[in-house]
Each structure stands twice: as C-alpha cells, then as structure tokens.
Design a protein. Structure first.
Length: 358
C-alpha cells in the first residue's frame, strides 16, 4: 500500500440490490413499489417553477416538512426529512450513538446498520433473533449505547409489535431508541404515536416503498422536539441543502394523496396474501411477512439454486449469502401479473426437478 493509504478510513460498504438494465425483466429484488406514484406527484412537478432550480432549495424543506407533520398530526418542529430514510438513519447514528457503549440491533436485519456503525466508529453488538426469527424484547433489557429496531424487520418481514417496542422503551430510558418503519404501511401499526410519551424515541419512515418514490430519495423521522433539534444540528453541520426541489414537491404531493396511497397499499397486501397461499402450495415456508416482500425457503431446493434458475428465466429476486439466512430468498411483491409469472415458473421448475430425480 502507498503511504497515504495508511490514513484512509477503510470500511466494508453496504451492498445494494442489483439494478439490472435488462429488457422485460421481472424485478422482484429491491422491494420497490410495482405501481407508479400518485398522479398528484406529476401535477406538482409540472407546476414547479423551473426557474427556481437555479437557486438553492429550502434547507428546511418546509413544504415537505409541513406535509409530513400534517400526515402524522404533529407540529413541524417534530419532523425531520432526509434524502431517503437512509439519510435520516445515518444522521441519527452520527447524532445519538456517541456514548462509547455498544449499540444493539438484531443479527438478522437491515444490513446498513453495521455499515454506519463501522463508518462512524460506533461500537455495536448484534442480538440474535429467536429460531423463528422473532424479536425477544428482554434481550434488549441491558446496558447499551442505543437501540435500532426495524419494524417490520427486513429481510424477515416480521413485525415486533407495539407492545414489544414499548417494553424496550420502558427498560431503556437513558438511550435513544430508533424504530425503522420502512415497511410499516404494509402491515401493523406505526409507533409514531409513542413519540408523545417517550422523548427518546425516533421513528423513521421512507417514501421509497408505499409511496412509490424510490427514485426521488425521500425519508422522514418523527420524534420529540429535542431529538429533532439535535438531529437537525448534525444535518446542518454536514450538508445544509440535502433535499432537492423536485423531491420536496414530489414528496409533499405523495403524502397528501391518502386515497391513492390506500388504493395501491391494499393492492400490494392482497397480492402478498394470495402469493403466500400459492407459495405454500408449492412447499415453500416463510415467516408471516407484514412487509411488501416474502422471505421464502424450500425444503428440497437450495435457495442459491432457485435464485440462479429464476435469474436465468428473467426473474430477479434477492439472495443473501449469510449465516442463518443462506437458504432463503427475499421476493418483492410485484403486480399480480408479475407474481403469476413467478409462481408459474416455480411450479414448472419444481415439477421438472422432481421428475429428473425419479
């Protein structure tokens, strides 16, 4: 290594889901919404003053912040917005996890958490989920430097539940507890309301999944005024103009269109439940996902083999070559037509494989 490399911060980066540029592919690997954004998004973008793009955007993203605050029924000084929920989470790690004690999160969860911890030099410990991938609140009843919980969890899709999160909060009044609700709109109830009771609770959501705006990179956080003030101070010390004008306009329109949100959300939930039935009939097992994906395993076919066969057929799903989950595929819930194509391929593949073995 060259001498200057001695002073480089070496980290193991997060590996994002593949974004293949293959015509007619069925893309079920990154949990994007299969439906377009609200029509109100296009209207807002068309009405946007193009001349305003020569100016810096509102550093407070006022239009979007007010829309998010209205959605959650809180004051705007209890809302933080960022460039995707990843931005909100990264800033939160930087702002709140500085005690020198280890931050706690599950051993099977969103794999960006340990990346941020490594990047910022934050000690952490992973807490093993139970054999059935459920979270045990009592495992978090110990000294720590902060806690982060994905609800529903990724990639398992399981929902810890409000009672479990409340228990963790009751036993951890001295640290910040972050609940990452990237998938909450597909099942369960947000714990954003608990921020009224617990000053140390931060709830983070994204517009990438249920709002169909992954390409605009919009996230938000709700918490006490004190938490949001500390978080904003870190953001303004890092980059004052993180949110661009089109994203502000698109996000405000998307979160205000509740009717369209409910329509597409219910479609995805219905398709998910039907797909679960079809997959069970083919012998797959999986946790009872409350997200927009299914974490499936087959008792007779290794996940790696299924992943390769699906890809060959033009269907991309997510495979994690990691301990405890290397025999599972995470399958994003697509449209009915996309899921029908997936099921049809699996039915044919499994039948042909069985026949070859006879």
């Amino acid at each position: 290594m060259a001498q200057w490399e001695d002073n480089v911060r070496h980290v193991t980066p997060y590996t994002p889901g593949e974004q293949p540029r293959i015509p007619d592919i069925i893309k079920l690997n990154t949990n994007e919404n299969p439906y377009p954004p609200s029509p109100a998004v296009a209207e807002n973008l068309r009405a946007m003053d193009i001349d305003a793009l020569r100016l810096y955007p509102d550093p407070a993203a006022g239009e979007l912040t007010e829309a998010v605050a209205a959605h959650f029924g809180v004051e705007k000084d209890r809302v933080f917005v960022g460039v995707g929920s990843d931005d909100c989470l990264a800033m939160s790690f930087l702002a709140f996890f500085n005690s020198g004690r280890p931050v706690l999160f599950a051993d099977i969860t969103y794999s960006f958490y340990d990346v941020w911890a490594g990047l910022f030099g934050i000690p952490f410990e992973t807490v093993p989920l139970a054999d059935d991938f459920t979270l045990r609140p009592e495992d978090y009843f110990r000294e720590n430097g902060g806690i982060i919980i994905a609800s529903p969890n990724a990639p398992t899709g399981l929902l810890p539940g409000t009672d479990a999160i409340r228990q963790i909060l009751e036993h951890n009044p001295g640290v910040v507890v972050i609940v990452d609700e990237a998938y909450i709109d597909f099942g369960g109830e947000s714990v954003a309301g608990l921020t009224e009771e617990y000053e140390n609770l931060l709830v983070v959501q994204t517009f990438s999944k249920s709002r169909s705006l992954a390409g605009m990179r919009i996230g938000c956080a709700v918490g006490s005024r004190k938490l949001i003030k500390y978080l904003s101070d870190v953001k303004y010390s890092f980059n004052s103009y993180t949110m661009n004008l089109p994203s502000i306009c698109a996000g405000a329109a998307a979160i205000a269109d509740e009717a369209y949100f409910e329509e597409t959300r219910k479609k995805i939930i219905a398709t998910r439940e039907r797909s679960k039935q079809e997959l069970r009939a083919l012998g797959f097992t999986f946790p009872d996902s409350q997200a927009n994906f299914i974490f499936a395993s087959h008792p007779e076919v290794p996940a790696r083999e299924l992943f390769a066969a699906l890809r060959q057929a033009g269907i991309i799903v997510r495979y994690f070559d990691k301990p405890r989950i290397d025999n599972y595929l995470r399958i994003t819930v697509g449209t009915d037509a996309q899921m029908d194509a997936l099921i049809a391929f699996l039915r044919k593949f499994l039948a042909e494989r069985k026949e070859k073995k006879l």
